[in-house]
Design a protein around this ligand. Sequence first.
Ligand code: UDP
Ligand code: MG
Length: 318
Amino acid sequence: MEGIRFSVVVPVFNEEEVLPETYRRLTEVMEGLAAPYEIVFVDDGSKDQSPEILDGLARRDPRVRVIHFSRNFGHQAAITAGMDHARGEAVIVIDADLQDPPEVIPQMVAKWQEGYEVVYGKRAKREGETLFKRFTASFFYRLLRVVTEIDIPLDTGDFRLVDRKVLEVMKLLREKNRFIRGLVAWVGFRQVALEYVRHRRFAGTTKYPLRKMLKLAWDGITAFSNKPLKVAAYLGFALSFLSFIYLLVIVVSKLLGKSTVPGWASLAVINLFFSGVILIILGIMGEYLGRIYDEAKNRPLYIVDRIVESEKGNERSS
Ligand code: UDP
Ligand code: MG
C-alpha cells in the first residue's frame, strides 16, 4: 500500500506533556528499521495543547498524520480509527504515554518477519502503577479467562503489531462496545506473545479513571461471554431446590404439631436476599440490553473532525 511498510498508531487524549518525547523516541526507533513508515496519531478530543503539538509535528514531518476526533470517543475508538486509516503492511499500536517502550518494536518486527501475523506485548512486569490497578487488572484478566470461551491471553494490553491481513479482518468487526484485545484474539491467525516491562508513565496522569476501567471490563466480558446471563438460571434452579427442602421442613414440623408462627426474622432475611439477587440479575440483563441497543442504533464508532498531514506527505512514496 503506497510503499509504506510500517504504520504506528498512537491514541492520544490530553497528552501534551509526553508528545514531543513520544515522537522523538518513536522516530528514533522507526528510523532504525530502515523502511518507509508513518505515524498515525489519533487525537481523541484532547482539551489541552495536544492537537496543536500534533499538527506542528505533521507540518514538519511528512511521515506524521493526525486524525482529530470531533470529541472524546475513548481509547478503543481511537485505536480503531488509527487502524482504519493505517496504510502500512504491518501496524503497530502503542500508547502515547511511553508506558509501552517503543524500543520493543524492532523485536515485534523480527517476530513478524519470522511469519507471525500478530505479535502482542505481554506485560512481564508493571512499574509505577498503583497496587489497586495491578490487583484489579490481574483479577480482571483471570476472570475473563474463566467466563469467556475464547482464549484471551493474560496480561496483554493494546500494545501489539498486526499484519495487514489480520488488520483487514479486524476492520470488518464494527461492534460498538469494543474490547480490541479480545477481538484480536478472536480472529485467530498465527499469534505470538512478546514479554516486556511496562514502565511508569513518562509524564502526566492516567486517562483511565475507574469509571472507564469498569466500562472496559464489562465490554470485555459481555462481548465475549453470555455466561453472566446464565447465572440467573443457575441461581433459579439452586434456590428452587433449597426452597423445596424448606417447604418439606415446614410441612413436617406442622404435622408433628410444632408451632410455625415465630419467624418474621427469617422471612425478612429471605425477602431481602431474594430482592438483592433479583436486582443483580436485572442489572446484568440491563448491561446486555444496553449493548444490544447500541448495536441497534448503529451509530459510527467515531467521528473525524479533520485529518492533518503535510502536503508533501500526500504525494510522497516513502
Ligand atoms: N486514551 C485515549 N482516549 C481516552 C483515554 C485514553 O485515546 O479516552 C489514550 C491515552 O492518551 C494513552 C492510552 O489511551 O495514549 C492509554 O491511556 P492511559 O495511559 O491513560 O491508560 P493506563 O495506561 O493508565 O491504563
Ligand atoms: Mg498508560
